[in-house]
Design a protein around this ligand. Sequence first.
Ligand SMILES: NC(=O)c1ccc[n+]([C@@H]2O[C@H](COP(=O)([O-])OP(=O)(O)OC[C@H]3O[C@@H](n4cnc5c(N)ncnc54)[C@H](OP(=O)(O)O)[C@@H]3O)[C@@H](O)[C@H]2O)c1
Length: 260
Amino acid sequence: MRWPNILITGASSGIGTALAEACAAPGVTLHLSARTTARLEAVAAACRAKGATVRPAAVDVRDAAAMAEWIGSAGRLDLVIANAGVGAGTGDSWESAEDCRAVFETNLTGVLNTALPAIAAMAAQAPGADGWRGRIAVVASIAAFVAAPSTPAYCASKSAAQRWTEARDATERKRGIRMHSVNPGFVRTPMTSVNAFPMPFLMEPEQAARRTLDGIAAGRLRIVYPRRLYALARVVGALPPAWRNRLLMIPPPKPPTQAT
Ligand SMILES: NC(=O)c1ccc[n+]([C@@H]2O[C@H](COP(=O)([O-])OP(=O)(O)OC[C@H]3O[C@@H](n4cnc5c(N)ncnc54)[C@H](OP(=O)(O)O)[C@@H]3O)[C@@H](O)[C@H]2O)c1
């Protein structure tokens, strides 16, 4: 057992479910959240069947007070994974004001609503078996390294989350807390099931969970996979912005989806 007390947001689907199930084991307490209770209860049952103690909670990451209350009352936390996120496509039109705000509120404010109370709680607890008071992993994306015109808010929210996490690690580690940015490529989940364009190096959520947890255990500040897509993203991301926009407008745009 690597971390006995783990909290994961967005655990009712996709990568969050795979992370919860990969962590579930006897002696592990899992605090799992999402907005949809029915799917969350099914994940909790699967994790209990693997021997974990599970405490599911219906909490919206956009609700700062509810998140602070939930995290503050969880008891000791060795690992917190800020995974909840939403995507929104623009189709061939403009990004709507509602979608733009919803994406930032979940993917950025929701991350802060998770990480800031977790940092406060961890700062007050003794170091665990790995020598750290606690670890916080923020699920950003390889999209953090490319400003794609079909998903401006998504890329920008992920970029902000990734940069904030990595910069904050430098100071947090001085008081015994580690931060990790997690940057997956394409993973087969409900979020990507709407994509009508080719998704190179598409991974299963179980692979993504394993790569994430192995990266955290290895102490990596930036966890990013698959490496070939990351290399491609860095090259495209380094192009002059006008060239990059022209190049990224060639494939069919992400279909319009409403961020909720
Ligand atoms: N799939 C990919 O290719 C990919 C690639 C890179 C990064 N990511 C990131 O990985 C994370 C997980 O994505 P996924 O692909 O697993 O998506 P997913 O299957 O759509 O799952 C998203 C999870 O977040 C929860 N959630 C959404 N809004 C929430 C809110 N306001 N409060 C609490 N929970 C909320 C959802 O539950 P409820 O709807 O019940 O609240 C669900 O459990 C996201 O941050 C995503 O941006 C995904």
